[in-house]
Design a binder for this molecule. Structure first.
Ligand code: HEM
Length: 187
């Protein structure tokens, strides 16, 4: 609520001329500015924030965790991905044009990986209610993985115990223990 209040105060005090063009700004706008009939209640505003926080946090967390595990186990995939990342970004921070070039792929395509069963893989849902955060999630994931691969090699720790567990998303019950080794000698 502090962040919402700050957005409101900035407009009230004349420091800003809108609540902001991001998603929170649109919500605050709907809460404050619309006619009474269309106005979003405070409860709805808070609910929307919670939905986005939960839907955005656990899912990407899980995607990153399992991807790191697979890269740690399959060193040659890790090397291939690192080569691609370095080729596109060098040692710079990831940028928009490069993010668009990075491929997220299955070696022989999704169709082959799912044995041509299109019902076997639709991570972001299908149809009119598919995930609104899909582009955000893939961009965020590409940025995080690129920045890790630019800096570290990843190996799996012998302490890791494979025990996936479903709590809405599929989570590693005991965490994923890895060793990161700096690729540069400046650590
Ligand atoms: C790897 C990451 C993610 C996966 C696999 C994922 C997957 C999904 C799936 C399967 C749905 C249900 C679609 C349906 O109703 O059939 C969904 C809905 C939703 N997702 Fe995601 N999601 C991810 C990341 C995110 C992120 C980062 C955000 C927001 C920042 C987000 C926000 C939402 C919201 C708000 C809905 C409800 C959409 C609606 O019903 O109108 N998701 N997501």
């Amino acid at each position: 609520m502090k962040i919402v209040k700050r957005r409101e105060d900035e407009v009230v005090n004349g420091e800003a001329d809108s609540f902001g063009r991001d998603f929170l700004g649109l919500l605050v706008h709907a809460y404050r500015d619309l006619g009474e009939k269309n106005r979003l209640s405070l409860e709805d505003l808070v609910d929307e924030c919670k939905t986005f926080y939960l839907a955005g946090q656990e899912t990407v967390n899980s995607l990153l965790a399992w991807t790191i595990l697979l890269l740690a186990i399959h060193g040659h995939w890790q090397e291939k991905e690192r080569r691609e990342v370095i080729q596109i970004f060098g040692n710079q921070n990831p940028h928009v044009e490069g993010i668009a070039k990075l491929k997220t792929r299955f070696t022989e395509g999704i169709a082959r990986a799912t044995k041509y069963n299109s019902a076997a893989y639709f991570p972001f849902g299908l149809g009119p209610r598919s995930c609104v955060g899909m582009t955000f999630a893939t961009t965020e994931t590409k940025i995080v993985l690129s920045m890790i691969l630019q800096r570290y090699t990843i190996t799996l720790s012998p302490a890791y115990v494979h025990s996936p567990m479903t709590i809405i998303t599929l989570q590693p019950q005991h965490g994923i223990q890895i060793t990161l080794e700096s690729l540069h000698n400046d650590a």
